[in-house]
Ligand binder design. Structure first.
Ligand SMILES: [Zn+2]
Length: 239
């Protein structure tokens, strides 16, 4: 049997939702565990995109989106990466909405109880993204989420990366798709809201194991009191 593919997840969505925004793991360490993934940066300063082993940050600055490459010493409060290996590859030759494409992707899944890595490279006739704005700790995520800048671009070439999470792991991360986009020319990207693909290549990768890490030296995490009912509501509102 080939080596097990591990999804490396640092911290949990619930911790992020509860306002623990301080970065505690460096990008350098994160990249040792995978070459494709998503996350956010210290002080939830924008969206993290890991593509082909490189880390990028999508931020909304002065009313327009911007992509910057992130150096190894920058810290993240939440991220998930995987050594992506395409198991299913298919060509999407005609226009489809994200809902239609997701259905097609899911037709290749073996059941619904395993994580998957997702990579979609192509041309998008429409791409709608948002970026979480940098925020002070303890500002409630659901509140921050109400003032996220959103951007749309038409006829953009680029790549969607992300993770599909089974329902039973909701809270650890978001159940279903968590996708981030980055344009080929590195001028546009963010957390994917919806899109229309013109054509492209879709890759779905397997995940055999979940390597769930915790910020074991972060006192804020250690002694945080999570209100589970409130968290569930907040995730519903924000994601
Ligand atoms: Zn995101």
């Amino acid at each position: 049997m080939s080596e097990a593919i591990k999804l490396f997840q640092y911290n949990t969505l619930s911790a992020l939702m509860a306002g623990l925004y301080g970065g505690t793991l460096t990008i350098g360490e994160l990249l040792e565990h995978g070459d494709l993934g998503i996350g956010t940066l210290d002080s939830i300063d924008g969206e993290l995109i890991i593509l082909d082993g490189k880390a990028y940050q999508a931020i909304g600055s002065n009313g327009k989106p911007e992509i910057v490459e992130v150096s190894d010493d920058v810290k993240v409060p939440y991220a998930a990466v995987v050594p992506h290996q395409a198991e299913v590859i298919f060509k999407q030759r005609f226009e489809m909405t994200d809902a239609e494409l997701k259905k097609r992707i899911e037709s290749y899944y073996d059941g619904v109880n395993l994580f998957r890595s997702i990579k979609i490279k192509g041309t998008f006739s429409n791409m709608h993204v948002r970026m979480i704005p940098k925020s002070a700790p303890n500002t409630k995520f659901a509140e921050v989420a109400t003032r996220q800048p959103e951007y749309t671009r038409e006829d953009v070439m680029g790549t969607i990366v992300g993770i599909w999470t089974p329902k039973m792991f909701h809270g650890v991360s978001v159940a279903g798709y968590h996708l981030h986009f980055i344009s080929d020319d590195l001028t546009f990207g963010g957390h994917v809201m919806d899109f229309v693909i013109s054509e492209g290549v879709v890759e779905v990768g397997p995940v055999d194991q979940l390597d769930q890490r915790f910020p074991v030296q972060d006192r804020k995490y250690l002694f945080a009191k999570f209100n589970m009912d409130e968290l569930k509501e907040d995730i519903k509102k924000s994601e």
